[in-house]
Design a protein around this ligand. Structure first.
Ligand code: 13P
Length: 251
């Protein structure tokens, strides 16, 4: 039985004080809703205040990226050791916005994932096809390739600390959502690739989230699908009522 994981990706939203206010607002709303893990991935400078506000609750705070080197001349980057030291447990890696705007490739996604896992972090690994790839009918090939490249060199033991977030790029921030059938099918393809790589038992344990305009209206149907084990939520993670409704859908 896989456990639902409902994660908010705040992206470049919420200053430290805004995050404190948001966590204080949503904390009582999700209290006792323990049938899923609840995570918010915050901008680096906002992590500490969000964590402070979330103390003692069922909300965990994660980061949105991590570098693959331990330290050194990498201006603007943050290492896994730094995140660990402040108590971060989860980190998003390979989000399509990093791939689109910041030159992230499957190779660097793989390096970052390995570094995060080696440091004891849990990874929300994002992948998904762009619109042209879906229209060309090559979604399955694209997500299979990304899965293989992004997980290269990662052991079955390490994979226990990986969650895959299937995020079709055309559905992110667009209000277009994959149909529950599309989400289920493509998450199933990812699971099959993982089964080829690691065996069926490992694949059945793997948590695969759907992300892309998931909201309070469509979460129920998406989460009812057998291969969809949670959500990675952008816009709706900034609104306490909407995010709470998604948590409710996972109860
Ligand atoms: P939206 O929910 O705003 O479409 O964003 C999804 C996403 O990118 C989560 O990582």
């Amino acid at each position: 039985m896989r456990r639902y994981v409902i994660a908010g990706n705040w992206k470049m939203n919420f200053t430290p004080s805004e995050a404190t206010a948001f966590i204080n607002e949503i904390k009582p709303m999700v209290e006792g809703k323990n049938n899923c893990d609840i995570i918010f991935c915050a901008p680096f400078v906002t992590i500490a205040s969000a964590m402070e506000a979330a103390k003692g609750s069922n909300i965990k705070i994660g980061a949105q990226n991590v570098h693959f080197e331990e330290k050194g001349a990498f201006t603007g980057e943050v290492s896994a050791k730094m995140l660990k030291e402040i108590g971060v447990e989860y980190v998003i890696i390979g989000h399509s916005e990093r791939r689109q705007y910041f030159g992230e490739t499957d190779h660097t996604v793989n390096l970052r994932t390995k570094a995060a896992l080696a440091a004891g972090l849990k990874v929300l690994l994002c992948l998904g096809e762009v619109k042209e790839e879906r229209l060309a009918g090559i979604t399955n090939e694209v997500v299979a390739m990304q899965t293989k490249l992004d997980l290269a060199g990662i052991s079955a033991e390490e994979l226990k600390n990986v969650i895959i977030a299937y995020e079709p790029v055309w559905a992110i921030g667009t209000g277009l959502t994959a149909t529950p059938e599309q989400a289920d099918e493509t998450c199933g393809v990812i699971r099959d690739v993982v089964a080829d790589l690691y065996g069926r038992d490992v694949a059945e344990e793997l948590i695969i989230q759907y992300g892309g305009s998931m909201n309070d209206k469509n979460a129920n149907e998406l989460l009812s699908k057998v291969n969809v084990d949670g959500g990675l939520i952008g816009g709706a993670s900034l609104v306490a009522e909407k995010f709470t409704a998604i948590v409710d859908a996972a109860q």
